[in-house]
Structures are given as structure tokens and as C-alpha cells.
Design a protein around this ligand. Structure first.
Ligand SMILES: Nc1ncnc2c1ncn2[C@@H]1O[C@H](COP(=O)(O)OP(=O)(O)OP(=O)(O)O)[C@@H](O)[C@H]1O
Ligand SMILES: [Mg+2]
Length: 274
């Protein structure tokens, strides 16, 4: 009998069921209020983020999108439930361990948050300094880091601007630099809070496709909050809709449409006001 015909039937059956990867972010029954006498901002929120997926977060202004992202970096007070990133329980973190969590979290903001007078390359290199103390190492970056920063700028299609001051770039270009800077951190997860709110429709698509391809290719989960529903339908794998701090819709993007997502918005209330 050849080796190939000697397979153990029981073992081969077991091998057929591929294990689902563990979520990198695991949120259960999250409750947030900013002060003991303040209103509850997030209530009973459950969310898992898996490697390689892009999850769009939808919700009206004040629904709690930014707060949900902040709960993953210890910037929002977790008053109930569980928030885990990898095997780290965020609620209990202090000082050095909190800094280390933040260093491993790529954050993208609406206003890019680059240092305008510094070169694009230096801005990307500062991503690698996260958690390394004050930015006093400027000008003394290792050549391996410079190479990596340039490769990341190439990845986001903007290597030709490496020597320019960041403020001389267009909004879309600056957001791509911010993405390269986040990647320089070797992030476990990327949180993009309205990353395209200041960009025109064409550049919005470019930036969102870039985030999604990074997520797929690097296996990094991306949580991206968006105001424009068609962009969420076009550029995400899953959509989570928040309303008044609670998840009212959650599902695979291919199974959702504008009418199924209507409960996310206060459409009836807005109509009544008209
Ligand atoms: N630091 C804070 N202290 C007190 N209340 C806060 C704080 N940050 C947010 N809130 C409140 O929490 C609620 C949710 O705010 P959050 O910024 O998370 O909403 P959002 O969905 O991101 O809104 P937007 O679309 O306008 O960015 C709001 O009522 C807001 O006033
Ligand atoms: Mg917000």
C-alpha cells in the first residue's frame, strides 16, 4: 500500500472543517458614559473585527461612532462590558500598556493630522516612533526605516512626493500619507474616523479602496466610519449601523441596501420636522 492510500479516515474528516480565525477585536455589551451623571453614549454594543475585513460604521451625528472607535484605544471610559484587542483587555489598561495598545493601532482622521511643515517622508517615519517617547529622533532615522517608509509611500501611490512639505499636498494625497504613516506602526487594527469627509467623491473612492486593499492584503481589520451610505455599500465587507448608541443594523454588505439601512437614520423624525 502506498503512503497516499494510508490516510486515516477519521483524521481526514476532522481536517475538512477549517477553523474560523479568532476575531482581532472583540466587543461585548459595551456601555460608555463620559461622566456618572451624563447620558449613556453606547449601550449594549457587540462587535467583532476579523483579520482582512473592512467594516463600515454608519450613524447620524452623535450616534456614537467616534466613541466606539475611542473605546478601542482607551480614550472613552468603558463603564460596562468587554473590549478586547487581541488578548488585551482595554478597560484595565494604564500607562505603558495603554501607550503600547495605541502604538499598535493605526488611526486615520478626517483632517489627516499631518505635521504640515515636515516632509511627507518624515511624517511617515513618525508613525514608527509611536510609543517611543518624544519626537526627538527626527533626522536620525535608521536607513532601514527610511527604506520602509518610502516603500509604504510607494504602496499608497505617493512616493514622488516624499521630499515635499506635507502641507503642499492635496487632501487626498495627505490622507494617503496618513495611511502610510499608520502602516509604519505595523498596526494590528486600523480605525478610520470619517477619513473621506473632506475629500471629493473621486478621491473618497481612491482612499476607501486603498484601505480595503490594505485590509485584504495585510490581513489588518479596518473599521471605517462614514456618513455617505453609497460609499459604505461600495467599499466594505460588513456594515454596522448605530443609532442613539445602539446597533440597529448589522450584516454583510452584499445582503444590505438603502432600505434595510433606513433604521440607522432618524428619517421619520427628520420628515416630521420638515
Ligand atoms: N469627551 C466627551 N465628553 C462628553 N460627551 C461626549 C464626549 N465625546 C462625545 N460625547 C457625546 O457622546 C455622543 C456621541 O458622540 P460621538 O462623537 O461618538 O458621535 P459620532 O457618531 O462620532 O458623531 P459625528 O458624526 O458628529 O462625528 C454625543 O452625544 C456627544 O456629545
Ligand atoms: Mg465622530
Amino acid at each position: 500500500m502506498s503512503l497516499s492510500t494510508m490516510t486515516n479516515p477519521i483524521r481526514s474528516v476532522q481536517a475538512e472543517a477549517p477553523a474560523r480565525p479568532a476575531p482581532l477585536v472583540h466587543i461585548r455589551d459595551l456601555r460608555v458614559r463620559y461622566a456618572p451623571d451624563a447620558p449613556v453614549v453606547l449601550d449594549g454594543v457587540d462587535l467583532d473585527l476579523f483579520p482582512g475585513e473592512t467594516v463600515a460604521l454608519l450613524g447620524s451625528s452623535g450616534s456614537g461612532k467616534s466613541t466606539l472607535m475611542k473605546s478601542l484605544t482607551g480614550f472613552a471610559p468603558i463603564t460596562g462590558g468587554t473590549v478586547r484587542v487581541g488578548d488585551v483587555d482595554v478597560a484595565g489598561l494604564r500607562h505603558g500598556r495603554l501607550r503600547s495598545l495605541r502604538a499598535q493601532t493605526g488611526q486615520i482622521f478626517q483632517q489627516f493630522n499631518l505635521i504640515g511643515r515636515l516632509s511627507v517622508l518624515t511624517n511617515v517615519l513618525t508613525g514608527g516612533l509611536h510609543g517611543a517617547g518624544p519626537v526627538n529622533a527626527l533626522g536620525t532615522f535608521r536607513s532601514a526605516d527610511r527604506k520602509r517608509a518610502l516603500a509604504l509611500l510607494d504602496r499608497v501611490g505617493i512616493a514622488h512626493k516624499a521630499g515635499e512639505p506635507a502641507r503642499s499636498l492635496s487632501g487626498g494625497q495627505q490622507q494617503r500619507v496618513a495611511i502610510a504613516r499608520a502602516l509604519m506602526q505595523n498596526p494590528r487594527v486600523i480605525l478610520a474616523d470619517e477619513p473621506v469627509a473632506s475629500l471629493d467623491p473621486r478621491m473618497s473612492r481612491t482612499v476607501l479602496e486603498l484601505l480595503r486593499s490594505i485590509s485584504r492584503e495585510e490581513g489588518i481589520p479596518v473599521l471605517v466610519s462614514l456618513h455617505v451610505l453609497p460609499l459604505a455599500l461600495e467599499h466594505s465587507d460588513r456594515i454596522v449601523g448605530l443609532r442613539h448608541g445602539e446597533i440597529v443594523v448589522s450584516g454583510r454588505t452584499t445582503e444590505l441596501d438603502a432600505s434595510l439601512l433606513a433604521p440607522v437614520y432618524d428619517i421619520e423624525e427628520e420628515e416630521e420636522e420638515d
